[in-house]
Design a protein around this ligand. Structure first.
Ligand SMILES: NC(=O)c1ccc[n+]([C@@H]2O[C@H](COP(=O)([O-])OP(=O)(O)OC[C@H]3O[C@@H](n4cnc5c(N)ncnc54)[C@H](OP(=O)(O)O)[C@@H]3O)[C@@H](O)[C@H]2O)c1
Length: 238
C-alpha cells in the first residue's frame, strides 16, 4: 500500500466512514481518502487489524448491530462500503453482509444525516442465473442492497454512487484506461481495486457521479497512466 500521505487537497470537507476497511478494496478506499486529506473513520470487527490503516478513527463493531452501525455513521458526511461476504452461512454470509449489512448501513446513514453513500457492488448483480450466484445468491443479495440504497439515497438531498466492478485485481489506481457501461451488459473483465476505490472517493465531490450505477473494467491490459478518473463520470447517462 502506498500514498498514505496527503498529497492533494480537495474542497471536500467532512468525515467519511469506510465499512469493510480492512478488506483488500477497503484498504485502498482508506488510502485514497488519506491521499486527498479526507478524515477517515472505519467500522471494523477487529480494531487490531485496523491499526495497519494509519491515521484513522476506529469504531469496533459488527455490521449486524444497529447500535454499532449507528455509532459508526454518527457525524459522518459520507459513507463508502467495501463490505463483502466470505462464507456461505453465518455472520459473514451474503445475506448477512452484502444484503442486510449494507441495508443496515444505508438506513443508519440516512438517519444520521449522511449526504453521500458509495457502494462497491459487482458486475452481473441483475443476472440471477450467473454461476457466481451459486455462492448463496451473492449477486441477488447485492442487487437487493443496491435497490435499497437507490431508494433511500436518491432523494431528500442525499446521493449515492454504485460501482459494479468486474473481477478485482490487487493493484493501484490511475494505471489503466477504464471502460464504463450501464445496464449490466458486460460479462467479463478485470479492474484494479485501487481504481474502484478512486472512483468511489472522487464520487464524494463529483456532481456527475451522483445517483449513478455503473459497471467498470479495464479497457486493456497495458498500463496507461491517468491523471484523474472524474472524466469517466461524464460518460454515464443519469
Ligand atoms: N473478488 C472479486 O473479483 C469481486 C468482483 C466484483 C465485486 N466484488 C465485491 O467487491 C467487494 C470488495 O471485495 P474485496 O475482495 O476487497 O473484499 P474482502 O477483501 O473480502 O473484504 C471484505 C471486507 O468486508 C468485511 N466484512 C465481512 N463480513 C463482515 C461482517 N460480518 N461485519 C463487518 N465486516 C465484515 C471484512 O472485514 P474483516 O477484515 O473483519 O473480515 C473485510 O473488511 C465485495 O463486496 C465483493 O463481493 C468482488
Amino acid at each position: 500500500m502506498e500514498d498514505r500521505v496527503m498529497t492533494e487537497k480537495t474542497k471536500y470537507s467532512g468525515k467519511v466512514l469506510v465499512a469493510g476497511a480492512t478488506g483488500r478494496t477497503g484498504k485502498w478506499v482508506v488510502s485514497r481518502l488519506q491521499h486527498y486529506g479526507v478524515p477517515v473513520r472505519v467500522l471494523t470487527r477487529s480494531a487490531e487489524k485496523a491499526k495497519t490503516l494509519g491515521d484513522v478513527e476506529i469504531v469496533e463493531g459488527r455490521i449486524q448491530s444497529d447500535e454499532d452501525v449507528a455509532k459508526a455513521v454518527s457525524g459522518c458526511a459520507g459513507v463508502i462500503s467495501a463490505l463483502g461476504s466470505s462464507e456461505v452461512f453465518g455472520d459473514a454470509s451474503p445475506g448477512e453482509v452484502d444484503r442486510d449489512g449494507v441495508m443496515r448501513l444505508v438506513d443508519q446513514a440516512a438517519k444520521a444525516g449522511v449526504k453521500h453513500f458509495g457502494l462497491v457492488s459487482s458486475m452481473a448483480v441483475t443476472k440471477w442465473y450467473h454461476p457466481l450466484n451459486l455462492f448463496a445468491g451473492v449477486l441477488s443479495k447485492k442487487f437487493e442492497a443496491e435497490e435499497h440504497l437507490r431508494g433511500l439515497f436518491g432523494k431528500e438531498g442525499r446521493s449515492y454512487t454504485i460501482v459494479r466492478p468486474g473481477g478485482l485485481k490487487d493493484g493501484g489506481p490511475l494505471l489503466h484506461d477504464l471502460h464504463v457501461d450501464q445496464g449490466d451488459r458486460l460479462w467479463s473483465g478485470w479492474i484494479n481495486r485501487g481504481d474502484v476505490a478512486e472512483l468511489l472517493v472522487v464520487s464524494l465531490w463529483t456532481d456527475k457521479a451522483k445517483n449513478k450505477t455503473f459497471e467498470v473494467v479495464n479497457e486493456g491490459e497495458e498500463e496507461h497512466a491517468q491523471k484523474s478518473l472524474e472524466g469517466y463520470y461524464d460518460k454515464l447517462a443519469s
